[in-house]
Write a protein of this length. Structure first.
Ligand SMILES: Nc1nc2c(ncn2[C@@H]2O[C@H](COP(=O)(O)OP(=O)(O)OP(=O)(O)O)[C@@H](O)[C@H]2O)c(=O)[nH]1
Ligand SMILES: [Mg+2]
Length: 356
């Protein structure tokens, strides 16, 4: 699963990514997309570490792209943005980063800080990029349907769909709003429409504006979550050791960092949950799509586990927390032997029994 941080110039994308992976901010704006593996914080780990004292700890991760800032203010910038946009059509989620911080050392896009205007511009450009794709596809299909091909019926259906999408975009609606069925979604899945992807808006606020809420409801479809964060503060937090960070957060009355909430929000917007394993002295969280069966989940760990699947010995983290130990869980009959078709739940702790 891959997400992309996109936004206009100097909105704080690289700072956000640096705080997510605790690394240094790269030197001023590179021209290429940078990729980083971001660990997903898991509140359950502390307790499990205490109980199992694993030698190794592995978090679930998502792959995150830091896309150089778009500049639609001149032709050169537009051409560069087009090239970048073409490279993010395969990602699973878009994070639209907008700037709401003042910083004299980093001049803002179009010389003023205006998150609502920036979000509108960004969304319009995403719509235009999709419109271009729809238009090209319509032109091709219009030619194709006159040829005696086996795919004619399908091509006609696809053409009708693209005309509907074109209407939606022309009235400034995202493609997601015009899709009425799974079969329609399947028909256009491979084209990588940007406005069909789930998205999250990240407002990068200055420290002075923390606590302010941003209402973009006139611009957004209601399901798009908006999170506010101060990337600079988050970055500073990420550079502290765990103890000082906890102290600092306690002093400021912060229970959970904005970054942690944000990245967990992305994880669930991607439809991902985690199951856990505590075998071989390693505590590990595994990302799976909600609705994954035990059989498929076993395959995430090893193909042999899937091939030779016998049972999934399963208990929930919540039960473990309640009963205190595996022994107590066993005595209470809370350890289940699940079969191949069991739908794995978030927080399931699983020991796969297999035979090869
Ligand atoms: N005051 C303040 N400055 C910030 C904040 N976030 C980022 N900056 C500064 O703003 C500048 C741009 O930050 P980057 O993270 O490089 O922004 P970007 O969106 O990756 O920039 P481009 O890739 O060039 O588009 C840097 O000088 C940061 O130090 C913030 O929350 N507050
Ligand atoms: Mg950057």
């Amino acid at each position: 699963m891959q997400i992309a941080l996109i936004g206009l110039l100097q909105s704080g994308k690289s700072t956000i990514l640096a705080s997510l992976c605790g690394k240094a901010i790269p030197a001023l704006g590179t021209a290429a997309i940078e990729e980083a593996i971001v660990p997903i914080p898991d509140n359950r780990f502390d307790r499990l570490i205490e109980l199992y004292k694993p030698r190794k700890i592995t978090h679930a991760t998502i792959d995150c792209l830091d896309v150089p800032g778009f500049n639609f203010a001149d032709d050169h910038g537009r051409a560069a943005a087009r090239r970048l946009i073409a490279q993010i059509r395969t990602v699973d989620l878009l994070v639209l980063v907008v700037r709401a911080f003042e910083n004299p050392a980093a001049p803002p896009y179009r010389n003023s800080v205006d998150p609502a205007r920036d979000l509108a511009e960004l969304q319009t450009e995403l719509l235009l990029a999709d419109l271009e794709l729809v238009t090209t596809r319509i032109e091709r299909l219009e030619k194709q349907i006159h040829k005696p091909a086996k795919t004619q019926a399908r091509d006609k259906a696809e053409l009708a769909l693209h005309r509907k999408l074109q209407d939606a975009i022309e009235s400034e609606k995202p493609i997601s709003s015009a899709i009425d069925s799974d079969s329609e979604r399947d028909m256009i899945k491979s084209l990588g429409f940007l406005t069909l992807k789930p998205s999250v808006v990240a407002v990068n606020v200055g420290e002075g504006r923390l606590g302010e809420t941003f209402d973009f409801s006139t611009r957004l479809d209601s399901p798009v979550p908006v999170v506010a964060m101060c990337a600079e503060l988050q970055y500073e937090l990420s550079q502290l050791d765990a103890e000082s960070r906890a102290e600092f957060m306690a002093e400021m009355g912060i229970a959970e960092s904005a970054m942690s909430k944000f990245v967990k929000g992305c994880y669930s917007a991607l439809g991902l949950i985690s199951f856990l394993t505590v075998a071989s002295c390693e505590l590990r969280a595994w990302p799976i799509k909600e609705g994954t069966t035990a059989h498929e989940a076993a395959g995430k760990i090893h193909t042999d586990m899937k091939r030779g699947f016998i049972r999934a010995e399963t208990f929930s983290y919540d039960h473990l927390k309640e009963f205190g130990s595996e022994k107590a869980l066993r005595a209470a009959g809370k350890i289940r032997l699940e079969g191949k078709d069991y739908i794995v739940q978030d927080g399931d702790i699983i020991n796969f029994r297999f035979n090869v």
